[in-house]
Design a protein around this ligand. Structure first.
Ligand code: BDR
Ligand code: CA
Length: 322
C-alpha cells in the first residue's frame, strides 16, 4: 500500500515512522513535516536524520505548515517538551551519518499531486496538527472525494489529553481539524478512544536495546525517555508502558481490521470553553452527511504483536557497529 506520513516528529511519531518503514508491505511515498510536539523545522530535521539513520534517504521529505490557521507563529508547549524532549526525540541525538535535504516542492503541492495521481490508493496519515491537510482541502476541494485519510487525533467519547475537552493534535489547530473532519473526505479517526488501549512495554524496549546496534540503542534510549516522562501521569497498572498513539494510525492504515468503527458526521468545537472538542451536529447526523469512521474498539493483541515483531526484525537487520 502507498502511504504519506504527515508528522510532528516527536517520539511516538518516530516510532510510527520506523514501523511504517519496517513494514515491507508499505510503500512510503514521502514524509511531510508539521508542527506540534516540535516546530515544523525541528520535525523535518528529525525526519531527515531518522531516514538517514535507517538508510532510507530516498524517501522525500516536504515542508508542511509551520503555524496554526488562527495564528502567524507557533511555540512548542511545555507539555510537549515534557513528553518528547526539546528536540522531539527525548533529547537523544539521532545517530545519522549523512542528512539529506528537504524537497523544494511544498507538502501541500506534494499531497495534491499524489492524490491526483493515486486517488484513494494513497493513504494520508497525519499524526500531528491537521493544518497542512486543511490547506490541501481548501486549495483543492475537488479532490475531497478522492482523499483517504487515517488520522491520529481526537477523543470522541472520552476526555482529552490536552485539557478535559481536547486531544493534543486537535488542540494544536482546532479550526484546521474542523475543516478536515467536516470535509466529507473518507476519514478514519484513530483517537484516544483506541490509542489509550494500545501500548508496548519496557520489556520490549529492553529487548530491542539488547540487539546492541546503533539504531536499536537510539530507539531504546528515546523510548525510555517517553516511558519515564509518562509514568507520573498514568495509573499504577500502566507504569512502564509506551502508549502507541501514532503507531496505531499507521497500523490501521495498513490493516483497517485492527479497529471497529462507528460512522458519524463530525465537527470540532472551535469556541471556548470546549475549543478542540470533537462534536457532532444533530442536523448533519439526521441528514446522513458523509460520516467519519470513528475507531472505538481495537484488536490490541493482534496489533501489538505485529508491531513488535515487525520492529524487532527491522532493528535486527542493522549490524553491530553500523
Ligand atoms: C498525540 O499528540 C502528540 O503529542 C503525539 O505525538 C500524538 O500524535 C497524542 O495525543
Ligand atoms: Ca504526533
Amino acid at each position: 500500500m502507498k502511504m504519506i506520513l504527515d508528522l510532528d516528529t516527536g517520539i511516538d511519531d518516530t516510532f510510527a515512522l520506523m514501523y511504517a518503514i519496517a513494514n515491507p508491505d508499505i510503500q512510503l511515498l514521502g514524509v511531510t513535516g508539521s508542527f506540534g510536539n516540535v516546530t515544523r523545522d525541528q520535525g523535518i530535521h528529525n525526519d531527515l536524520a531518522l531516514l538517514s539513520m535507517v538508510g532510507h534517504q530516498e524517501i522525500p521529505v516536504f515542508k508542511g505548515e509551520c503555524h496554526p490557521l488562527f495564528a502567524d507563529h507557533f511555540t512548542v508547549s511545555e507539555g510537549c517538551e515534557i513528553f518528547h524532549g526539546k528536540n522531539g526525540t527525548g533529547d537523544v541525538e539521532i545517530p545519522a551519518k549523512s542528512i539529506g535535504s528537504v524537497q523544494p516542492q511544498s507538502a501541500i503541492d506534494f499531497i495534491i499531486q499524489s492524490v491526483k495521481t493515486y486517488g484513494k490508493d494513497v493513504t494520508l496519515v497525519p499524526t500531528g496538527s491537521l493544518t497542512t491537510m486543511a490547506r490541501v482541502i481548501q486549495q483543492a476541494p475537488e479532490l475531497i472525494s478522492k482523499m483517504h485519510i487515517v488520522m491520529m487525533g481526537g477523543a470522541a467519547i472520552q476526555a482529552g489529553n490536552n485539557d478535559k475537552f481536547a486531544e493534543c493534535n486537535i488542540a494544536q489547530d482546532p479550526d484546521a481539524a474542523d475543516v478536515v473532519l467536516s470535509s466529507g473526505a473518507d476519514i478514519t479517526m484513530v483517537g484516544l478512544d483506541v490509542t489509550m488501549q494500545t501500548y508496548t512495554t519496557q520489556a520490549f524496549i529492553n529487548k530491542v536495546r539488547a540487539l546492541g546496534n546503533t539504531q536499536a540503542t537510539f530507539f531504546a534510549d528515546m523510548c525510555d525517555f517517553y516511558i519515564k516522562a509518562s509514568n507520573p501521569y498514568v495509573p499504577a497498572c500502566a507504569q512502564d508502558t509506551f502508549v502507541l498513539h501514532d503507531p496505531l494510525a499507521v497500523g490501521v492504515a495498513f490493516n483497517p481490521q485492527y479497529v471497529r468503527c462507528v460512522d458519524v458526521p463530525l465537527r470540532v468545537d472551535t469556541e471556548e470553553p470546549g475549543r478542540g472538542r470533537i462534536i457532532s451536529d444533530p442536523l448533519e447526523v439526521m441528514a446522513k452527511k458523509t460520516p467519519v469512521h470513528v475507531a472505538l474498539e481495537v484488536q490490541n493483541e493482534t496489533f501489538v504483536s505485529h508491531l513488535e515483531e515487525t520492529l524487532y526484525s527491522f532493528f535486527s537487520s542493522f549490524s553491530e557497529k553500523e
